[in-house]
Design a binder for this molecule. Structure first.
Ligand code: SF4
Length: 448
């Protein structure tokens, strides 16, 4: 695709925050969600009627919005009060939605290359609910050829039986939301599980042979200390998971922590500042590197890069079609971004009435798609100029001359031959640095 070659504009790297204040920190898509509108939903409906673009992978995302308890730092749409009849009604709505997509021309005979169960807590589902959901999903779109089936799990919801069922339905990558190993930190941050549930679930998951076990950690939860973080990192290294995802704690608006800050008139969240959180992630990266792991993004380390892939992440960054189902879920089909209704009852009501549950959409322009992919792939630490030249028709060094110069001036980015590369310090704050690539009308937008 040929993209215009705009004149370089002076670019500015946004000021780096030090204290943790309210708001989303991570950049997960582009253009920002504030620009997605209900008026654009017909663009998605038209996209569904077109055959797929050549060489575009298909993925499926299923959102399971139930949790045992709401974590104080959580900003997702989650429900802790639904009974089994409501869960069943929700799963049936999800299946109707997937059935709608499966019948549309954009599928073009493809089967999913990857499937992702996220939430919420997918492992909140009972074994019976899980089998019902996945048996019906497979009838609609076969998983036989999928390279990766990811399933997010909260350790306290996992019995041995349920873990065996999760493996049996074809999950290749179990992602355990451990977050921390210290029971006091887990409790004070509102997590439902405790460390002994982690040990039990991890041991059994290992024993039954998941091809990939990922664990999630969060650096900088409420009451985190240097000592506790170091202990948590040591325990994570000792578990020897296939990969680890380490988030820096952010405090978005829709969190219990922010509600408390507001009530107390505080502007700064009661968590570590950004420099400290980056230093903690850096410590974790170094400890895992000492254990033989490789850092392969701003937030992940992997034990064996040749074997452990993140198909979902890479395909999503590279613009795969993602048929995303469930309340509040985000998808991307044929160049159109979309999001579903973010409330339970309207989502179900739309599907009960045979209507689409999509609430807002946006068709990015070709140069916005270029910005999106370039920024997201830069979060892996290094991008190839040739990859972008062949996909978009212009060299990123010309396309993004202004922002690249601005980032070079920070000392964190270099261009050497084909590679545009961030150093470790730049990688740890890439979500701030990449805002320099935003178009002027998107600068300063709240990322929610
Ligand atoms: S388990 Fe995850 S989705 Fe559920 S409340 Fe906690 S952070 Fe949110």
């Amino acid at each position: 695709m040929q993209v215009g070659n705009p004149k370089p504009k002076p670019s500015v790297v946004p000021p780096l925050q030090t204290q943790t204040t309210v708001g989303n920190y991570f950049v997960t898509n582009y253009p920002p969600y504030a620009f997605w509108k209900p008026d654009f939903v017909p663009e998605l409906e038209a996209a569904l009627e077109r055959p797929p673009r050549p060489d575009t992978s298909l993925g499926v995302y299923v959102h399971i919005p139930f949790c045992r308890k709401r974590c104080h730092f959580c900003y997702y749409k989650v429900y802790t009060d639904k009974d089994s009849a409501q869960v069943r009604a929700y799963l049936d709505a999800v299946l109707r939605e997937l059935g709608h997509y499966a019948s549309k021309p954009f599928i073009g005979g493809r089967t999913p290359r990857f499937v992702y169960f996220g939430g919420g807590t997918p492992s909140y589902l009972s074994e019976k609910q899980l089998r019902h959901l996945t048996d019906e999903m497979k009838r609609l779109l076969s998983w036989e050829a999928a390279e990766e089936i990811t399933f997010e799990a909260e350790p306290g919801t996992l019995t041995d039986h349920k873990l065996a069922a999760i493996r049996d339905i074809g999950v290749t990558r179990l992602s355990l939301g451990i977050e921390h190993f210290d029971d006091h930190i887990l409790e004070i941050n509102g997590r439902a599980h405790r460390s002994k549930e982690i040990d039990r679930a991890y041991a059994f998951a290992r024993a039954i042979g998941f091809p990939q076990i990922n664990i999630d950690l969060i650096a900088g939860m409420v009451e985190e200390t240097e000592e506790r973080w170091r202990e948590t990192v040591a325990k994570a290294v000792a578990l020897a998971p296939d990969s680890v995802t380490i988030y820096q704690m952010e405090v978005p608006y829709n969190t219990t922590i922010y509600q408390r800050m507001k009530a107390e008139g505080r502007l700064v969240a009661p968590v570590a500042d950004w420099d400290t959180k980056r230093a903690w992630v850096d410590h974790a990266f170094r400890e895992f590197e000492r254990a033989g792991y490789a850092v392969n993004s701003t937030s992940t380390v992997v034990k064996d890069p040749a074997k452990t892939k993140f198909v979902y992440r890479h395909q999503l960054f590279a613009g795969a079609d993602l048929a995303s189902v469930g309340v509040a879920s985000f998808g991307h089909i044929h160049g159109v971004h979309y999001q579903n209704h973010h409330e339970f009852d309207p989502y179900l009501a739309a599907l009960d009435a045979g209507r689409s549950p999509v609430y807002r959409a946006l068709t990015p322009t070709p140069d916005e798609l270029y910005i999106r992919e370039f920024m997201l792939l830069l979060k892996l630490g290094q991008v190839s100029r040739e990859y972008f030249r062949s996909k978009f028709g212009t060299d990123p060094v010309e396309q993004f001359a202004g922002p690249l110069e601005a980032l070079k001036a920070t000392g964190h980015l270099t261009v050497e031959g084909d590679a545009i590369r961030l150093d470790r310090a730049g990688l740890l704050k890439v979500d701030l640095l990449i805002r320099a690539f935003f178009k002027p009308e998107h600068q300063g937008t709240k990322y929610a």
